[in-house]
Design a protein around this ligand. Sequence first.
Ligand SMILES: [Zn+2]
Ligand SMILES: [Zn+2]
Length: 269
Amino acid sequence: MFYADYHTHSSFSSDSDTPMEENIKKAISLGLKEIAATDHIDFDYPDPDYPFLFDYEPYSKEIDRLREKYGNKIKILKGVEIGIQNHVMPQISELVKNNQYDFIIGSTHVVQDGLDLCVNDFFESKDQQQAYEEYFEEVLYNVEHYDFFNVYGHIDFVNRYGNYGNKKIDYARMAPITDKIFKTLIEKEKGIEINTSGYRYGVGGPHPAFELIKRYHDLGGKIITVGSDTHKPEQMTYKFDIAYKMLKEAGFEYITVFDNKTPSFVKAF
Ligand SMILES: [Zn+2]
Ligand SMILES: [Zn+2]
């Protein structure tokens, strides 16, 4: 039995058709104690077919309605997954100042102010190591400069994209950057997530890979949530058995949950 899914999308995200209520019902049927709704907000997302914006008020109202209906069975968090780009930081600051979220994932979906990782522009004319390094350098910049999020989303997911024939990040070679990212997060009392969607994207493991989960732990990392990044109910808690096993093997004794942006720790395995 799994405790919580802390990365879920519903039809408030422009890339999902799932009514939020379906997610809640699915979560209850799986025996989860908590679910975080973390729909997408990506200001100035470069693909006009996916605006990734929604108004807070109907979102908040829908979650209040579902809390009313299912609150005795499951705790529902008002979360959000915010895509970081430097030039939209003023909008992000306004968003988080004016609205009440329980839990915020900060993610890099678009690099260098406008290059969508899903399309190949960013990877063109770069070798694999160079592209990955530039991605992690940008994540490092973000964790050093911004504080609005609780955990950083799918932190190594750059290997999902790019036409390189293999999906391998050389973690040893990347360590000077990834260690700095983790040390900064730890110092600022921010965390990471284990995002199991990597399995669906052919990466062969979660984001981040076990090497990074272990390294984060060994550097003193404590805050770590587990999420499926579900866009369809059947994806909820996918491969959580392996994620929990990895947490344990890395030395964690708990998963992290949030309340009003404050972490606490639950023995879930
Ligand atoms: Zn994401
Ligand atoms: Zn997501």
